[in-house]
Write a protein of this length. Structure first.
Length: 240
């Protein structure tokens, strides 16, 4: 390692920092030189769950110069795994304040990641914050994003050209996504989409008809929606 130039060290660290952020944190403890070379990759790949981790990340991001906080791969969940398994939704005023803070923190992280994010997975367990949080996600310009997975009660992508390079979209949490293909909104927001996976669809007769109408030609005309090369539907309830 001592004989390699800085550029090769940087490339090695870039390839190494593709986990949940643990490798980048460990590298920063090796030496001053390693810490400085690895600094651009510290936030490259992250897995963040729950309010405490979100709050800590926001603090660190806001204390870091923009060129050193490029996030390329991100898993983001508003609740921890333990909270998600408990599925306890509290309605007290204190709980509502906490849900609002969780949503605010998640939005700040997404805003910081938006210019450079390439792969993104978002899990929103709180039913109070799911639609507004995911609605804001679909309205945020993410020019480099190629893969997106969303779990939660999601609204539909609608803002034109917000995700121009998105190729793979996975959606779960809406049992009847009727309206997804209406007015060409999905195609407008994600013009490069090639793979669409919809999970947890149940008794969605209206959506099935919408999908058929969108993809089948009528009277020799072209389909009303751009043909996405691969659409996968996973019927039935999602596993716990």
């Amino acid at each position: 390692m001592d004989t390699l130039p800085l550029e090769l060290h940087a490339q090695i660290f870039a390839f190494a920092c593709t986990d949940d952020g643990s490798t980048a944190r460990s590298l920063s403890l090796v030496s001053k030189y390693v810490r400085e070379v690895a600094a651009p990759y510290r936030f490259q790949s992250l897995a963040i769950s729950g309010m405490e981790q979100m709050s800590e990340l926001v603090t660190r991001l806001e204390a870091t110069p923009p060129h050193l906080r490029r996030i390329r791969h991100l898993f983001l969940s508003d609740w921890t795994h333990a909270q998600t398994k408990e599925r306890i939704v509290r309605t007290s005023e204190e709980a509502q304040d906490r849900y609002l803070l969780e949503k605010t923190l998640a939005l700040r992280i997404l805003a910081a990641a938006a210019p450079t994010i390439e792969t993104l997975a978002v899990l929103v367990a709180c039913p109070y914050t799911g639609p507004p949080l995911l609605g804001a996600l679909f309205s945020t310009a993410m020019p480099c994003l190629t893969e997106l997975s969303v779990h939660g009660f999601y609204p539909f992508p609608h803002t034109p050209n917000t995700m121009p390079r998105l190729e793979r979209l996975r959606l779960s949490g809406n049992r009847n996504p009727n309206g997804l293909f209406e007015f060409g909104a999905l195609d407008s927001a994600c013009p490069s989409l090639t793979h669409l996976t919809l999970s947890g669809v149940i008794a969605a007769t209206a959506f099935a008809e919408e999908l058929r109408s969108a993809l089948e030609p009528r009277g020799g005309d072209m389909p009303t929606a751009r043909l996405i090369p691969r659409i996968m539907l996973k019927w039935g309830a999602l596993p716990s």
